[in-house]
Unconditional design. Structure first.
Length: 155
């Protein structure tokens, strides 16, 4: 079974206990029969990432296949797994965000969920706004750099 694409940007608020209600727009996108288990972890930037359990298993398999005798590989694996925690939605479609991860991402009450590539990034509202405001000068140039050689044979 392939990983389902998730899309959307959602503004949300945490409750007093640090629980986040997953918007119905995202729940409806999750694969039917999903057991609503996720792994939450630090993102590459100052955000959290919520991985549906199937995607987490695929990514973990890639990382676990790294040669641990290579120091860079060990360092990457340690950093990537640090703080990772399994979470499950409750009957009200909420997940509890771990306090330590919330501190890492600067999350207090207002968050933005940004879904793409099968995962959901969880940003402090102010951090996400700063990220969006820092757009590249020419998005067209960036697209050319990133996608310009996709499906082209390079010599």
């Amino acid at each position: 079974m392939g990983i389902k694409q998730l899309l959307g940007e959602y503004e949300c608020k945490l409750d007093a206990k640090g629980r986040l209600r997953i918007p119905s727009g995202l729940i409806n996108q999750l694969a039917e029969g999903t057991n609503q288990k996720f792994v939450i972890n630090r993102g590459f930037e100052k955000c959290l990432v919520l991985y549906p359990i199937q995607l987490w298993k695929q990514i973990s398999a890639e990382i676990d296949a790294l040669n641990i005798y290579n120091k860079k590989n060990r360092d990457f694996a340690r950093y990537f797994y640090r703080g990772a925690q399994e979470v499950e939605m409750d009957s009200a479609d909420r997940i509890l965000l771990p306090k330590r991860l919330m501190e890492y991402a600067g999350i207090e009450k207002e968050v933005v969920l940004s879904a793409y590539n099968g995962r959901i990034e969880i940003w402090a509202g102010s951090e996400y706004n700063a990220l969006i405001e820092d757009e590249p000068v020419d998005f067209s140039d960036l697209a050319g750099e990133v996608l310009g050689k996709v499906n082209q044979n390079e010599s």
